[in-house]
Design a protein around this ligand. Structure first.
Ligand code: MG
Length: 278
């Protein structure tokens, strides 16, 4: 795959359709790298070969493969706690099998890392869910290490210091962070720029996403995602902080909005904003 520039602009996008058409659509933003999300219900048999061929033909680099799972729902904080990631007990073992399959898919397309939301990690280290998820993180890290991959946890659902403690306890060198500044705001977790400073040594990849804080008068509500530069993150200070900590990897724009035309406009606007800041 091609060498990337420092702080090269990329896009987070999802697999599902024809790989070549999907890549051509992403390239219309003027980018040549990105992060590929794998929906929980996508059939992975034969998928890596088709993606590898399309990536070579389109000269496109995937820096991270994201695993999502069937049954996840981001409606509000209690729903996220009940359905997202590796914390929910009922789906945990199926999701472990799926994550290993996504790691194998990532190896098949030559991606250097995988990532996922593991869900809300309890702070109490004796909590059975904490112990089970910590052990699962170790097993997935070890499988990923066999492919020379990192496993990145998406930030946002726990404060930086809780995540740091969890990292120490897991004790795996290939466990890293995909830093998402907007999630810290959407979940009301803490100031993302401060958190980035604390988590810096573990950050392998980042999202460029923006959002507003949750409404104070609605219990369990999430904040609202906004087009890049229009939310509470402060994108110029975010990019400045990334430079300050010595981050040189891609800047992957993430924009989740149901209206595809709005998404296209917002991603294009984000590309232009980041061109001026990087
Ligand atoms: Mg994100």
């Amino acid at each position: 795959m091609q060498a990337l520039e420092n702080l090269e602009i990329g896009v987070m996008f999802w697999a599902g359709g024809d790989p070549r058409e999907t890549l051509r659509g992403v390239k219309e933003f003027g980018v040549r790298c990105g992060q590929l999300g794998i929906p929980g219900d996508m059939d992975l048999s034969g998928a890596a070969a088709a993606w590898k061929e399309a990536l070579e033909e389109e000269q496109f680099t995937i820096v991270t493969v994201f695993a999502a799972y069937q049954g996840e729902d981001y409606a509000d904080i209690p729903t996220v706690q009940r359905t997202v990631g590796w914390i929910p007990n009922a789906t945990r073992s199926d999701r472990e099998v799926r994550t290993l399959a996504v790691s194998d898919f990532a190896a098949g397309i030559g991606a250097p890392g995988i990532a996922t939301h593991i869900g809300f990690v309890p702070e109490d280290k004796t909590d059975p869910d904490y112990v089970a998820v910590r052990d699962m993180v170790r097993r997935v890290c070890d499988h990923a290490a066999g492919h020379g991959q990192t496993l990145a946890l998406e930030t946002g659902q726990e404060p930086a210091n809780v995540l740091l403690e969890f990292f120490k306890d897991v004790g795996r060198a290939n466990l890293r962070i995909n830093f998402d500044p907007a999630n810290m705001i959407l979940y009301g977790t803490g100031d993302p720029i401060e958190a980035l400073g604390v988590l810096a040594p573990h950050v392998v990849s980042v999202h460029c996403k923006d959002g507003d804080w949750p409404p104070k008068d609605v219990a369990g509500a999430l904040g609202t995602e906004q087009p890049l530069g229009k939310g509470a993150v402060g994108i110029p200070r975010y990019i400045a902080k990334l430079k300050e900590i010595g981050y040189t990897g891609p800047l992957s724009i993430e924009r989740e909005v149901p209206d595809q035309e709005q998404r296209r406009r917002d991603v294009q606007g984000a590309v232009e904003l980041l061109r001026g800041l990087r």
